[in-house]
Write a protein that binds this ligand. Structure first.
Ligand code: FES
Length: 161
């Protein structure tokens, strides 16, 4: 009786160990590239799944390298790709900020624009102001502008809602 109980425990242990090892091998076989491809990505943007490619005013893909070369630091630039324009920001490095700014006022849902002359986003309705990162800095709006995730992949910029 005791011997069969011991055999049962041994069988359960082997079953458990074999299943775990098999699962580990299978996962490695199914996803062999994930760690390799991540090391080639921008490390601040490790999840490069889904999203849409950022486009310029002519509807052409924006190259990350030329974007970083041509856009001044901390001056948001509107890009296309999503149903609404999204502002991207170059930060010191230079590197692209890991977020995009959706220019819809948080006081009431009206469009805001980056005002070069004021060095902030400004809402034309009641004068809410937001800094280059979309943080509320004046006027009736108390909440920051909504942000989405931005990742880079193979010299492309992807916008992820
Ligand atoms: S709607 Fe933007 S400040 Fe009121």
């Amino acid at each position: 009786m005791e011997k069969s109980n011991k055999n049962y425990k041994r069988r359960r242990f082997l079953q458990y160990a074999f299943t775990g090892a098999t699962t580990t091998v299978a996962m490695g076989w199914l996803f062999p590239k994930s760690s390799e491809s991540q090391s080639q990505e921008n490390l601040s943007n490790t999840v490069a799944v889904g999203g849409v490619v950022a486009l310029d005013g002519r509807g052409e893909q924006i190259k990350l390298s030329s974007f970083l070369e041509n856009v001044p630091l901390k001056k948001p630039v509107a890009v296309k790709g999503l149903s609404k324009p999204t502002y991207l920001v170059v930060e010191s490095g230079p590197t692209i900020a890991p977020y995009g700014i959706i220019p819809v006022c948080t006081h009431q849902p009206n469009r805001v624009r980056w005002r070069e002359d004021l060095d902030c986003f400004r809402c034309p309705n009641h004068g809410a102001r937001y800094d280059y990162q979309g943080r509320a800095i004046g006027g009736p709006a108390k909440r920051n502008l909504r942000r989405i995730k931005v990742v880079t992949q193979n010299d492309r910029i992807k916008l992820i809602q």
